[in-house]
Design a binder for this molecule. Structure first.
Ligand SMILES: Nc1nc2c(ncn2[C@@H]2O[C@H](COP(=O)(O)OP(=O)(O)OP(=O)(O)O)[C@@H](O)[C@H]2O)c(=O)[nH]1
Ligand SMILES: [Zn+2]
Length: 210
């Protein structure tokens, strides 16, 4: 495990911090009514009456990752792969997340590769891992590091590569208002610290062939 991943692991790998003082649904709905008033509208008018309930329900989906543990996603390893130890890459995994600064969506694609040692995980589990972290509040950099750290910890591969490409609505629809600007983040460990391996990864992500 490289030093960056090792130093990040304890905070990033553990099941999400679950605040002990989680509010009740009624309190959450009252907070939404306050925000509607803050936006300048009347939460009592007909069209908005059920909105706090819907928003509280939507939050359960947007932030369901706090209930999920990456360990449960990556715990089933298939060792019978006839010694396959070359690259496994799942690219173009779509995701929606919310930035921790504005609670506004950022969304895009995640690409994940690893070199197996003790076996492989089901391909869907890599996409599920993206969901675990996307459905929490964080930055794109944190999410990239978290995905790499979890794979590093539970699969002990020869190397992990994670790239995320996303558009941040907090930069598009507000603030600096640069719609279409894309943010790319990468995290490489082990074998992928080698420049040639990074080129292979990026070539496979971009063209599907090495
Ligand atoms: N590094 C990083 N920054 C992010 C991410 N999501 C949003 N941001 C940025 O978080 C920053 C917060 O900056 P602040 O100056 O505290 O907040 P602000 O006044 O709303 O900033 P502006 O967006 O520039 O109006 C902004 O520059 C956002 O673009 C992310 O995933 N990673
Ligand atoms: Zn933001």
């Amino acid at each position: 495990m490289n030093d960056v991943v090792k130093s990040l692991s304890p905070r990033l790998i553990s099941a999400a911090d679950k605040p002990a003082d989680r509010p009740t649904r009624e309190e959450a709905e009252a907070a939404v009514r306050t925000l509607i008033r803050w936006a300048g509208d009347d939460p009592q008018r007909e069209g908005l009456q059920d909105t706090p309930k819907r928003v509280a329900k939507a939050f359960k989906e947007f932030y369901s990752g706090y209930q999920d543990d990456p360990k449960d996603v990556l715990n089933k390893i298939f060792a019978e792969v006839e010694g396959y130890d070359d690259i496994v890459l799942v690219r173009d995994i779509p995701f929606y997340s919310h930035c921790e600064h504005h609670m506004v969506p950022f969304y895009g694609m995640a690409h994940i590769a690893y070199y197996p040692t003790k076996g492989v995980v089901g391909l869907s589990k890599l996409a599920r891992l993206v969901e675990v972290y996307a459905r929490r509040l964080q930055t794109q950099e944190t999410m990239t590091a978290q995905i790499a750290s979890a794979i590093e910890q539970y699969l002990e591969p020869r190397g992990v590569a994670v790239m995320i490409e996303a558009e941040h609505m907090c930069m598009s629809m507000r603030g600096v208002q640069k719609a279409g600007a894309m943010t790319l983040t990468t995290q490489f460990t082990g074998a992928f610290n080698d420049a040639a391996e990074q080129v292979r990864f990026l070539t496979l992500v971009r063209h599907g062939k090495a």
